[in-house]
Design a protein around this ligand. Structure first.
Ligand code: PMP
Length: 351
């Protein structure tokens, strides 16, 4: 092995995804999937597409899907990029906008993929501590050398930062790209997409995996100034121009077209979220204020890792991070009402 590659292997600590178990009886609340199926029109679109077109390559420019997304978000098609899940869009963005030798910044408690990509692409990074209440310290992200990335709402904290704070971070990084990862934005307040015409250094990344129930199809997208989108397209075409397959494309398009289904399922998840927070607080949990489809909670006297083990034995999977400051918290995805009722009942027996 050449020296460069052996060093790369040493510095790269691959991302460890949440467990995906085959047992369908498990109540799976560990990877922030949507408990509801996608819009019925998604299945129909997939079946129609399967009739005779699978032998043909998909459109490399994904025009149909990009124009649907553009229409839904009030931007133009040239301001939209699509990829194989937002994880791929994030990877392309790290390659396109961040560079070795220039330190980027992101919050210390955040999506664990960011340090993985930074190490992989040899991009130095600084992890900026969160405030005591787990909100993001915006000013600490001002004036970065190489760029900024943060999720809004943040994960795993579930906290949403107002658009005015996000705007100040963008304004105070005029010479670098600021990436706002909005995987959970449909469960929260307004999106930063409305700022892309004001700031040409802003890239917003979203996904169909959460609010639109399409985690299994892998479709994510970025919205930003057309020069940023052009840069992403160059990266994509240099690897594999066909990053989104035919079935994923028609599925995502159908999901975007069914606004009523989105509103209904997001509404149900938010109501279940509020109910679960109330019940957990009764059981003496402190729950961070959630604007996402998951909760981040700590119990006043029970150790998180013990509760995690107990729940797993009882057939409920949640997420525990063995990291400083959050090792006594559990991240719990919002499932159906029935799943959350079982969760609360089991926890009630333990604490
Ligand atoms: N960003 C954040 C903050 C996430 O939590 C996730 C989901 N794990 C993603 C991006 C990636 O989602 P996907 O690749 O399914 O679009």
């Amino acid at each position: 092995m050449s020296k460069y590659w052996s060093d790369m292997v040493k510095r790269t600590d691959p991302y460890k995804p949440g467990e995906q178990l085959n047992n369908p009886r498990i109540i799976k609340l560990n990877t922030n999937e949507n408990p509801y199926e996608p819009s019925p029109s998604v299945k129909k679109a997939i079946v129609d597409e399967m009739d005779s077109r699978l032998q043909l390559y998909p459109s490399p420019t994904a025009d149909g899907l990009r124009s649907t997304i553009a229409g839904a978000l009030n931007v133009s098609m040239e301001e939209v990029f699509v990829g194989n899940g937002s994880d791929e869009v994030l990877a392309f963005s790290f390659m396109a906008f961040f560079q070795p030798g220039k330190t980027i910044r992101f919050p210390s408690i955040t999506y664990s993929f960011y340090p993985v990509y930074s190490k992989l692409f040899a991009i130095p990074y600084e992890q900026v501590a969160l405030n005591d209440d787990f909100t993001i310290d915006g000013e600490a992200l001002f004036g970065s050398e190489g760029g900024v990335i943060l999720p809004n709402p943040n994960a795993p904290t579930s906290i949403y930062e107002d658009l005015s704070s996000i705007e100040r971070i963008i304004e105070n990084n005029p010479d670098t790209v600021v990436i706002i990862d909005e995987a959970y934005i449909d469960f929260a307040g307004p999106s930063a997409v409305e700022l892309i015409h004001k700031y040409d250094n802003l890239l917003v990344i979203q996904t169909t995996s959460k609010s639109r129930s399409l985690a299994g199809m892998r479709v994510g997208y970025a919205i930003g100034n057309r020069n940023l989108i052009e840069a992403l397209t160059r990266i994509k075409d240099s690897f594999n121009s066909y990053t989104v397959d035919r079935l994923a494309m028609v599925a995502a398009k159908a999901a975007f077209e069914d606004k009523a289904h989105l509103q209904e399922t997001v509404g149900k998840i938010k109501a279940t979220r509020d109910w679960t927070v109330h019940e957990l607080e009764q059981l003496r949990f402190d729950v961070l204020p959630s604007s996402a489809n998951f909760l981040f909670a700590t119990h006043q006297s029970v150790k998180a890792v013990d509760l995690y083990d107990y729940l797993k034995k009882e057939g409920i999977l949640v997420r525990h991070f063995n990291s400083p400051r959050i090792d006594n918290y559990l991240r719990i995805s919002i499932g159906t009402d029935e799943q959350m009722r079982v969760l609360v009942e089991k926890i009630g027996k333990y604490v």
